[in-house]
Each structure stands twice: as structure tokens, then as C-alpha cells.
Design a protein around this ligand. Structure first.
Ligand code: BGC
Length: 442
């Protein structure tokens, strides 16, 4: 007899079968096509007005990386031969008041951080500085140096930014802070930066992915297929498309997904992101634990509980990384949050729950990656590099491995054609490359 029937129930609801993966891929292709045609779709398929770099971009640029938990300012040097180097970088935690305040406060915070960073380049200090701006939210662009915010994601809610050109807002705040010599030459999503960072030295790279606080991907599309663009703008060339896959919604949702979605500030939106990304995975586990604690299936001898936001994806990764016999790191964590007197059995169960949630995330991620690559190359007849950045991918135990084994399940030996690589700091580095390409055109 099964000791814990709820365990098999949970397992069943969080398992994504190969059949389901295939269905996800078919639906993903359909939504991609609709998005490119300008029809209603959960995939926005936003033209990024840039192609992959030529590899010869050079110069020194300021890069801003805004859109996750932290904000970064970087000074990047490109040598024109595929090497992009961070000369200096500084990280600023985005205060809650800035995330939820006014747009003016938000852009003033960005300008103040740039001032604090004080771009050093003595030889050229009086000259204009070119800046590339990574803004990791859905934007409608009509060229490389503008973009209108469509909606916020990842819990941001600053007022007065939706519907506005974020480059104008940035320029205004730079001017107000006496930094008009800084020239904003390019705007890009973090996925676009990540892809550019890798394709600068790897011509096979045609997909950029973020698995971090949020999730998203971009890829290279033939402009002729982007039929929502005016006919005159269509040519034989290629353009990067920011898919905004976090909003994909043709997925096998379970009641926990509905519960989580309803409690967010953007219900009904970013449904795939809410099953995959770092901002939400911990909360899914917390919802499961809350049920199990209430039904006295776990931690019955302890009085502790987990309030909303207490259990983070970071805790899940600590839990999954504990391979000790006694699960002593897990015990230490639980003791620390007042969940005392736990048994080894209970700690094992907690670890299993985390694995169910993270593996579901990784399998859906694999389905999405496969869908993007097979949109470009249905039979995988050539090699593709998928550049990935983001803490979840970098730090979460077995996340990468689960993606790779799911890709193998889907494509068999052909999965070797999909090379998934880490593009560390890609979003910051890449936007400097995009900026160099844009600056060269002026
Ligand atoms: C945003 C995307 C971004 C992704 C990763 C999502 O919430 O909508 O634009 O690329 O997060 O940062």
C-alpha cells in the first residue's frame, strides 16, 4: 500500500509527459505564427529591429541592465574580433519603492546609479558616451533606439511608464541629472542582449534565453515571415524577434497554478513564466506545503508555517542541493525558520516536492526551446547554439541537466544539434554589441 497517496497525486499532477511536451510544441508553433501575422496570440513576437552581430563591432560602451532583481551598470570594451570584456561593473538593488513608485522616480534612480558609477575613460572624458539600454520587459519598438513599454511583469508596477517610450524617459532623466553627453543609441530586451553576446563570436547562435527572475527567449527570423510589419519594411534579411514566451498560455495548468496566478498583480498574464521562473517556483512549493501542513501530512509536530513570500526559489535550490544522509542542510534551514522537530521522512518529502516543481519547470523550458529551434529548422538539419543567461539556469541544481535530457527525449540523437550554452552576463555585454552596431550606422 502506498504510504502517502497524496504523494502520487502530486507526482501525477506535476509530471509533464512526452505527449504533453509534443502538444506544447505544436501549440507554441501556432501561437508564434499568429503573433508574427499580427493576429491575437499569447506570444507577442516583438520585432527587435536588429540582426545578429557581424563580429567586427568595436569600441567602449556603457551598458545598463535593468529588469530583474538587480540593476547593473557596466563599462564594456569590444575589440572587433569577437571579444567583449566587462571593464567595470556595479550592481544596485532596486528598492521596492522604486519598483512600485512613479516612473520619474524609477528613471531618476537609474540616472543616479549611472552618476554613481561615474564612467571612467580619462582619454575621452569630454566626448560623448554611447550607451546601450537593456530593458527586460515587453516593448513595442519601431527602431533600435526606441521602445514603448507594453506592460510590466515580474511584480513591477511603477506608474506612468506603460505606453511611453522608455528611451525618451531615460534621456529626460539623464538631462535632468546633467548627463546629456550620454547618448542612448540602442534599446534591447535581455534575451536579445544574451543572444548578441554569444553570436558575436559564434555564428551558429540563433536563440537567446533567460531563466532568471522572469523567463523569455528571442530568435532569428526571416523578415519576410514577419508579415505584421508593413510591406515596405520587409526584405530578404533577418531580424531578431523577442518572443515574450513568459506569456505563453496553452499549457496544462493545475489548481496550484490558478491559485498562484490569482494572487499576483497580473492575473491571467505571464502564465508560462509563473510555472518556470525564479520569481514564482518557491511560491508554488509554499502553496503545496500550506495544503500539506493543513492536512497534517507534513510538519505536524511543528507550529511553524510559511507565509506568502517566505519560501523562495533560492531555498528550493538549497534544499535540492542537500545530498547529505541526514539532510542536515534542510534541517538547518527548517530550524532557522522555526519549523522544528522535523523527521528525516518529512525532509525527504520536502526535497521531493521541490524536485517535482523544478523538474516540471525544466521540462516546459525544454519544450519551449525545442519549439523555437524547430520553428527555424523543423528537422534539425543544422546546428544551433542557444545562449542562456539567468540565475535559475546558472545556480539551480539539475535544472540544466533536466532540460538536456528532455531535449534528448524529444529529439533523440538529433538533440546534439541543439547546443545549449551559458552566456554569463550576456544581457549586459550583448547590449553593448547592439549599441556598437547601431552607433556604426550613424
Ligand atoms: C519579461 C521579458 C524578459 C524576461 C526575463 C519577463 O518577465 O517580460 O521581457 O525578457 O522577463 O528577464
Amino acid at each position: 500500500m502506498n504510504k502517502h497517496p497524496f504523494e502520487s497525486r502530486l507526482k501525477k499532477s506535476f509530471t509533464i509527459s512526452l505527449d504533453e511536451i509534443h502538444k506544447i510544441i505544436v501549440n507554441f508553433h501556432d501561437e508564434m505564427q499568429r503573433g508574427l501575422e499580427g493576429k491575437e496570440s499569447s506570444l507577442k513576437m516583438l520585432p527587435a529591429f536588429v540582426d545578429t552581430p557581424g563580429g567586427d563591432e568595436e569600441g567602449r560602451f556603457i551598458a545598463l541592465d535593468f529588469g530583474g532583481t538587480n540593476f547593473r551598470v557596466l563599462q564594456v570594451a569590444l575589440d572587433g574580433h569577437g571579444s567583449a570584456r566587462i571593464e567595470r561593473t556595479k550592481k544596485y538593488v532596486i528598492p521596492k519603492a522604486v519598483m512600485h513608485g512613479t516612473g520619474t522616480q524609477l528613471f531618476n534612480f537609474i540616472a543616479q546609479s549611472i552618476r554613481n558609477f561615474s564612467f571612467i575613460d580619462r582619454s575621452e572624458s569630454a566626448k560623448k558616451k554611447d550607451l546601450g539600454f537593456t530593458f527586460s520587459f515587453p516593448m513595442k519598438q519601431t527602431n533600435i533606439a526606441n521602445g514603448i513599454l507594453i506592460n510590466w511583469t515580474k511584480g513591477f508596477s511603477a506608474t506612468g511608464v506603460i505606453g511611453k517610450n522608455v528611451v525618451t524617459l531615460l534621456r529626460d532623466s539623464l538631462k535632468r541629472s546633467g548627463m546629456s553627453r550620454i547618448n542612448v543609441v540602442a534599446l534591447a530586451n535581455d534575451t536579445v542582449g544574451t543572444m548578441a553576446a554569444r553570436s558575436y563570436k559564434d555564428p551558429l547562435c540563433d536563440v537567446g534565453v533567460i531563466f532568471g527572475t522572469g523567463t523569455n527567449a528571442c530568435y532569428r527570423e526571416a523578415i519576410a515571415n514577419i508579415t505584421k510589419l508593413p510591406r515596405a519594411a520587409r526584405s530578404r534579411k533577418n531580424m531578431v524577434i523577442n518572443i515574450e514566451w513568459g506569456n505563453f498560455n496553452r499549457l496544462p495548468f493545475i489548481p496550484y497554478d490558478e491559485l498562484l496566478d490569482r494572487a499576483t498583480n497580473n492575473p491571467g498574464k505571464q502564465r508560462m513564466e509563473k510555472m518556470i521562473s525564479g520569481m514564482y517556483l518557491g511560491e508554488i512549493v509554499r502553496l503545496i506545503l500550506t495544503d500539506l501542513i493543513r492536512e497534517k501530512h507534513i510538519f505536524a509536530r511543528s507550529k511553524g508555517k510559511f507565509a506568502k513570500g517566505d519560501f523562495k526559489t533560492y531555498h528550493m535550490s538549497l534544499i535540492e542541493a542537500d545530498n547529505s544522509k541526514n539532510l542536515s542542510d534542510i534541517k538547518e534551514y527548517l530550524d532557522g525558520v522555526g519549523m522544528l522537530k522535523t523527521s528525516l521522512e518529512e525532509r525527504r518529502l520536502l526535497k521531493k516536492i521541490c524536485a517535482l516543481v523544478s523538474q516540471r519547470a525544466a521540462r516546459i523550458s525544454a519544450a519551449a526551446i525545442s519549439a523555437v529551434v524547430t520553428r527555424m529548422d523543423p528537422n534539425l538539419s543544422s546546428n544551433h547554439t542557444v545562449a542562456v543567461d539567468g540565475t535559475l539556469y546558472e545556480k539551480y541544481p539539475r535544472f540544466r541537466r533536466t532540460i538536456m535530457s528532455a531535449l534528448k527525449e524529444i529529439h533523440g540523437r538529433r538533440s546534439a544539434r541543439i547546443k545549449v550554452v551559458r552566456a554569463k552576463d550576456g544581457s549586459g555585454l550583448g547590449v553593448a554589441i547592439v549599441a556598437a552596431a547601431a552607433a556604426a550606422q550613424h
